[in-house]
Design a protein around this ligand. Structure first.
Ligand code: 1CP
Length: 340
């Protein structure tokens, strides 16, 4: 196994560290905007292999990165289960809010595999072209996906979803169970199609109090990791419980992910002390320091590299690239990390 990212996820302190960036394919790249304009809408972009393969590979053509991440979205899972999904221009995702048992019963696990067929074709075609880079598959974690399904759109605090978890724990629990099973299937299918590592994005995990964090973030992630490890023991899982704060140690101990994503606000030193020494950390440059460039980019990057030298580590951002990022700043970041 010579791919640098896979070595780091296996617990090796690869140096300079492997590097990739969350949302490395996206609107900050003019070539992405050009392909995006050819697709009828965002769901069509994700489910048309010719286009999705192209945008997945675009950042690797420009920059010397260690990974390609499948171009898709966490909301393709509810779409594949039969919940309507559209991306309103400049507004983000819109779904019919799931608030009762009838809406839950309308979802169908049997639709998943046929609906994901074009995404799996994208995985297979990208895998054939990535060379020394590693192909990462992904899913949203059940809690974060449930937030969008219940709320019906992006929100800062997801009040309807978090209220439903308290007021109708039966409905909320059934949705979480369905999403956990669907996530295991989706990630297994991506691995079978060629994904070499997978990442579980729990972007809104930090909204929950500890009791619910254990029930809705840690428990489903532990089930997903255990199921994938039984089926695909060699394929590492990266968990990203964003804004987990003081719950990070419990998440690491209970899920046994091979890689742990740290968000922008997390201290890498503190995280390092909380998790097993062979667990790779991943993160956590402020996306706005990358957009700013110059001294902000150089100093923040140097501090991260110094803190993580000698332990298994994957350089990344603490959240996704912002659309205003100049591509030249990404090239500069790659140069700085490669020179470590
Ligand atoms: O072209 C466009 O205007 C669409 C913008 C866009 C892109 C580029 C969306 C809509 N999704 C994506 C791709 C995407 N999303 C990837 C592809 C691979 C890559 O990283 O390069 C991945 C992994 C995601 C994951 C994702 N989607 C997350 C988890 C990570 C995170 O950023 O916290 C979430 C929360 C989403 C939902 C989503 N999809 C798109 C938007 C604008 C949003 C956020 C909505 C909101 O809550 O405001």
């Amino acid at each position: 196994m010579s791919k640098r990212l896979l070595r780091a996820l296996a617990g090796e302190a690869v140096w300079p560290p492997p590097l990739w960036l969350m949302r490395q394919a996206g609107r900050y790249l003019p070539e992405y905007r050009a392909v995006r304009a050819r697709a009828a809408d965002f769901v069509a972009l994700c489910t048309t292999p010719d286009l999705a393969v192209e945008v997945t590979l675009q950042p690797l053509r420009r920059f010397d990165l260690d990974a390609a991440i499948l171009f898709s979205d966490i909301l393709i899972l509810p779409w594949a289960l039969g919940q309507g999904l559209r991306f309103a221009e400049g507004e983000g995702p819109v779904l019919p809010p799931l608030r009762d048992m009838a809406a839950l019963r309308a979802l169908d696990l049997h639709r998943l595999e046929p609906a994901l067929a074009p995404v799996l074709e994208t995985v297979a075609r990208v895998r054939a072209e990535v060379g020394d880079a590693t192909l990462i598959g992904f899913a949203g974690a059940p809690f974060t996906v449930a937030c969008y399904m219940i709320e019906g759109r992006g929100e800062k605090e997801f009040p309807a979803a978090r209220t439903l978890a308290w007021t109708d724990p039966d409905l909320f629990g059934r949705l979480m169970t369905l999403l956990t099973e669907a996530t295991i299937r989706s990630l297994s299918l991506q691995i079978a199609a060629g994904a070499e590592a997978v990442m579980l994005f729990d972007s809104w995990a930090g909204l929950l109090p500890p009791s619910q964090f254990r029930a809705h973030v840690i428990a489903p992630a532990a089930r997903i990791v255990a199921a994938l490890r039984r089926r695909h023991p060699a394929v590492p899982v990266i968990g990203f419980p964003r804004m987990a704060g003081l719950m990070l140690g419990e998440y690491a101990a209970a899920t046994r992910v091979q890689g742990l994503g740290i968000d922008t606000a997390g201290s890498l030193e503190a995280a390092s002390a909380l998790v097993p020494s062979e667990m790779a950390l991943q993160g956590n440059l402020d996306p706005l320091a990358l957009a700013a460039g110059g001294a902000a980019l150089a100093e923040e990057t140097a501090a991260i590299l110094e803190a993580m030298q000698g332990r298994p580590f994957v350089f990344n951002l603490g959240h996704g690239i912002v659309p205003s990022t100049p591509p030249a700043h990404v090239a500069e970041l790659v140069r700085l990390v490669r020179a470590a």
